[in-house]
Design a protein around this ligand. Structure first.
Ligand code: ATP
Ligand code: MG
Length: 473
């Protein structure tokens, strides 16, 4: 009785690996290469997107475009998040009006980006982003790097063409405030229902065109609690090194979005799993792979990210400086210990270690100066906080960086470092000597500077400060 069963299992396995899988890959590629678009129009009564869930500014922009004879739809996270019952982070609009035409209609707008032109329309602190429908690129009109990365993407087209140029199916749903319908060209609604994150088109081509899509895959999967479909997930490991070709300024924004998503811990673990952490933080990665204190360093980063997630969920402020100080600490600590073993005194060794680790890191992710200065202070305070005699502690808790440095000290202990109870000493000291109120009200805001937009995503660098406060402590 066992034999036929075993035979059947063998035949089944053989069929799956030798016929089904190769065939489905070929069919999948063919289907996506000549993607046929069938539109599925979902009437208002069959979906939950209503105007009172959409920002009045976004509605205003779409209304103005309509009255001037253009088409305009809400697209991307605005539609996706409402369908999933989340509050959208921002509202993006797609239109057939060209960027210059949109700009001419709104005094409060500015044209941004070179590789991917967009219009930002400002309503106080809110920014509505308007993108013109992208068309199909062809060999004559597209510009690619040697790795297949799109260097220019300003070919305009129809809404159907735009739909397949977007990244994931769930980001490619269009809502019209004219007829209240949702336009679904790629069966995106099925993926919303099945909680599947699926890249549009041939995944390899799409990752080559823009390797940042790999980071977006991890971010959306964590944020939406979606599974990354196998054909979208499988090529990531192989294509991860392409992230090394992305501009360091764009990566600063993208990495920050990952770690401020309130899912930083699971995203960090996935970055390691999919080989994406290495291209972003090569030196730190090397230390995490090979150093004899690697497990302590991983614990420290994980504890830091867990705290960050909790702070964000509790709507407490978080500073990118603290985050990056944590992520780079393995490298700083490794160099610090090494310099000390070579005879360099404690403080200069730490200063030099911080400088070296930062210098190597900014080749990959450009960290703005206002953050790197604060990172250095947080690190250097790890020595200052050891001076607990006389009047020094009283002077130290008066310093603006004290709180972040103290939190960092606790993190080191939390990860298992033995600091002879220094953290507890400072905790008790603060109970006896509460910090002056003015330090608590310092709220440096996170602002990125938009110089030139190399890609779709670095558009956000010119955004006005978001509502979230980026400050630890
Ligand atoms: P959220 O704003 O919540 O982070 P989102 O999906 O709205 O998510 P945005 O970065 O605001 O993301 O981009 C808006 C839309 O633009 C996306 O939904 C997607 O359709 C498209 N898009 C953004 N980045 C890319 C990219 N790198 N490649 C292709 N399409 C993209
Ligand atoms: Mg958005």
């Amino acid at each position: 009785m066992r034999r036929p069963l075993e035979m059947a299992r063998h035949v089944y396995t053989w069929f799956i690996y030798n016929i089904y899988k190769p065939l489905s890959t070929i069919l999948y590629r063919q289907a996506f290469n000549k993607m046929t678009i069938t539109s599925n129009i979902i009437p208002r009564k069959n979906h939950p997107v209503s105007r009172n869930l959409i920002s009045p500014s976004a509605l205003k922009v779409m209304h103005r475009l309509h009255t001037k004879g253009y088409e305009a739809f809400l697209v991307g996270g605005g539609v996706r998040d409402i369908l999933l019952g989340h509050q959208p982070k921002d509202f993006d609009i797609a239109t057939n009006a060209h960027p210059e035409q949109v700009h001419a209609l709104f005094k409060n707008s500015r044209l941004i980006g070179r590789r991917f032109k967009l219009v930002h329309i400002l309503f106080g602190r809110e920014m509505i982003e308007v993108a013109t429908f992208r068309g199909q690129t062809s060999e004559q009109n597209e510009k690619q790097s040697e790795h297949g990365m799109l260097l220019r993407d300003n070919v305009y087209g129809t809404i159907e063409e735009d739909a397949i140029r977007r990244d994931f199916t769930v980001n490619s749903l269009y809502y019209s405030p004219k007829d209240f319908c949702i336009y679904d060209y790629l069966n995106s609604m099925n993926d919303i229902q099945d909680k599947q994150l699926r890249l549009i088109g041939d995944p390899e081509t799409r990752y080559r065109e823009d390797p940042v899509r790999m980071l977006r895959a991890l971010r959306f999967s964590a944020k939406l609690d979606f599974e990354i479909s196998p054909e979208t997930r499988d090529p990531i490991y192989e294509f991860a090194p392409l992230l090394g070709n992305i501009a360091a300024a764009r990566l600063f924004d993208e990495v920050l979005k990952l770690f401020l998503s309130s899912h930083a811990l699971s995203i960090f673990q996935n970055l390691l799993k999919y080989g994406l952490f290495g291209p972003l933080f090569p030196q730190v990665h090397q230390t995490l792979e090979s150093h004899n204190r690697a497990s302590f360093y991983i614990k420290l980063i994980e504890a830091g990210l867990h705290n960050t997630d909790q702070r964000i969920r509790a709507e407490k402020p978080v500073t990118p400086a603290f985050l990056y100080a944590t992520l780079l600490w393995p490298e700083v600590d490794r160099i610090w210990q090494q310099l000390k073993s070579e005879g360099v005194p404690d403080f200069p060794a730490l200063q030099q270690a911080g400088q070296q680790a930062l210098h190597a890191q900014v080749q990959h992710i450009s960290i703005p100066k206002r953050f790197s200065l604060m990172m250095k202070e947080i690190w250097e305070y790890q020595i200052r906080l050891q001076k607990i005699q006389g009047q020094r502690p009283l002077q130290l808790i008066e310093q603006p960086r004290f709180r972040a440095a103290y939190d960092f000290l606790l993190l080191r202990e939390q990860a298992g470092e033995n600091l002879n109870g220094l953290g507890k000493w400072w905790t008790d000291f603060q109970v006896k000597h509460p910090a002056p109120v003015h330090h608590k009200s310092r709220k440096p805001r996170f602002k990125t500077n938009n110089t030139d937009s190399h890609d779709k995503d670095d558009k956000k660098r010119s955004r006005p400060p978001r509502r979230r406060k980026f400050n630890q402590g």
